[in-house]
Design a protein around this ligand. Structure first.
Ligand code: PSV
Ligand code: MN
Length: 473
């Protein structure tokens, strides 16, 4: 907010004066009462210079503005409501998972990139960087214990300095941690041993506590619980034990919190998953109560599942809570959003917009929007920029759908026309609308291109080194 109201040259001027003052008076009352130190200011300068180098951003935008305006006026000339769409795009923020900022791996290996964030502070700086480029990544989602904030107030402030808030916090009972008393080898919330279940419940409650300190308001529970061989597990008893455990976690939720129950068809268990599909997740959510919702991760379905239909019905039931975006060809491939099947993504968004509008929901605020992708071969920041852009494009196209004409075609069983209406929207090039939304919020016309032009990864490598490896996955 401050950055929008005060010109950056004025901020620079005051910051320089402050820096000079602190240099000469490190023990001054100002330094003591505010806690602002010379080192802190230098760091702020470095971060600001790297992340918000306004000159580079302006040069980039100036170079592309003419073409952009041509493209924008073209879409304005062929489409209604472009201003309303731009407004909605500006409000729409997609949370970045803290574990996607380093190069992901497969069970066959991990090829680390260079300059990866080696601490939570650096992860926040990376998300701040994405947000400075696209103005649409204004939230971060933490996985505990991969990212435990040691000083929650300081971390919360740091995120706020980057214009970020904390999205859902994620618990992890799918891995054993060093020093942990009981193993999750045979499950966590479903485990036959009460002591294991208790440990997993307490972990979730601790995650809620961390989330409260950070200002988050939701918990995502994804369980790897299930079985890999027929006969290993009583499905009914595993379900009941899991429900009981979730009830204890639910009871610990603050009033304004939600819990998202994320389902997944297979992996790491390959015969049954205890929360294996949206039906099972919805059963849990319904039994738990009004603060419990289903979370849809696009990669967690069996091949060819009709995800848009799932989304439509969950919304109708008032039980869709959040989204994990990614793309896949085979299983939970966690590829860049929109890289394999952008039409499916559009159809999902069409249902989201339609279903949210039918319930009078706020598109930006009433569901948790998050990316959950991570892979082996691209620069994670470039990958995330591509993912966010793909989400915005699908959202903008969904907003273009002529819902009145669609309803009319459906009522007349005019199948070809109904298909035409959807494809018309999908085949519209909406890149100028998304770019305009970014521009109006002070972002880059082309974030990925600017990321490269400004040599941002090189700067990160200089700062963090070739070998810094991100924590988490
Ligand atoms: C599991 O595959 C998942 O989608 C869950 O959301 C986890 O929290 C996340 O990936 C990270 O592994
Ligand atoms: Mn997920």
């Amino acid at each position: 907010m401050l950055k929008l109201l005060i010109p950056s040259w004025l901020l620079d001027y005051f910051a320089t004066l402050l820096l000079m003052y602190l240099c000469v008076n490190p023990d001054s009352p100002l330094a003591k009462t505010t806690g602002i130190t010379f080192e802190f200011l230098i760091l702020t300068f470095e971060l600001r210079d790297m992340i918000l180098d306004q000159n580079t951003l302006h040069t980039h935008n100036d170079a592309g503005i003419k073409l952009h305006q041509q493209q924008l006026s073209h879409i304005r000339s062929v489409t209604d409501n472009t201003d309303a769409i731009i407004e909605k795009l500006r409000a729409f923020q997609v949370a970045i998972p803290s574990w996607a900022l380093g190069t992901g791996g497969t069970r066959f290996g991990r090829f680390s990139g260079a300059g990866e964030p080696g601490s939570l502070e650096e992860k926040i700086a990376d998300v701040g960087l994405l947000h400075a480029l696209n103005r649409s990544s204004g939230a971060i989602s933490l996985h505990i214990p991969w990212d435990i904030p040691s000083d929650a107030a300081a971390i919360r402030q740091l995120a706020a300095d980057h214009g970020l808030r904390f999205d859902a916090v994620n618990s992890n009972t799918f891995q054993d941690q060093p020093g942990q008393q009981h193993s999750y080898k045979f499950g966590s919330l479903q485990h036959t041993d009460k002591a294991v279940r208790k440990q997993a419940i307490e972990h979730n409650i601790e995650v809620i506590r961390h989330g409260v300190e950070l200002g988050s308001d939701s918990l995502t529970v994804w369980l790897s619980d299930g079985s890999s061989f027929p006969g290993q597990l009583s499905f009914r008893k595993a379900f009941s034990r899991t429900l009981e455990s979730l009830e204890e976690i639910y009871a610990a939720l603050p009033d304004n919190w939600k819990v998202f129950v994320e389902y997944k068809a297979f992996e790491p268990n390959f015969y049954s998953m205890t929360v294996g599909d949206w039906g099972q997740s919805l059963l849990f959510a319904n039994k738990l109560g009004p603060k419990a919702y289903t979370l849809v991760d696009l990669g967690h379905h069996l091949p060819n599942a009709n995800i848009e239909q799932i989304v439509a019905l969950l919304l109708q039931e008032g039980k869709l809570g959040g989204f994990h975006f990614n793309d896949s060809k085979y299983g939970d491939d966690d590829l860049t959003v929109g890289s394999i099947n952008p039409y499916q993504l559009f159809l999902i968004f069409q249902e989201l917009v339609d279903g949210m509008d039918a319930r009078g929901m706020n598109h930006a605020r009433d569901l948790g929007w998050m990316i959950d992708a991570s892979h082996n071969i691209k620069d994670p920041l470039e990958d995330l920029l591509q993912s966010v852009e793909a989400i915005q494009l699908a959202y903008a196209q969904a907003l273009l759908v002529d819902s009145v004409a669609l309803e009319h075609a459906r009522n007349n069983n005019d199948v070809a026309q109904a298909q035409e209406i959807l494809q018309d929207a999908y085949r519209t090039d909406v890149r100028a609308l998304v770019a305009e939304a970014r521009l109006q919020d002070g972002g880059a016309l082309q974030p990925l291109r600017l990321f490269r032009e400004a040599g941002i990864r090189k700067q990160l490598i200089k700062q963090r080194g070739e070998r810094s490896v991100a924590t988490g996955l």
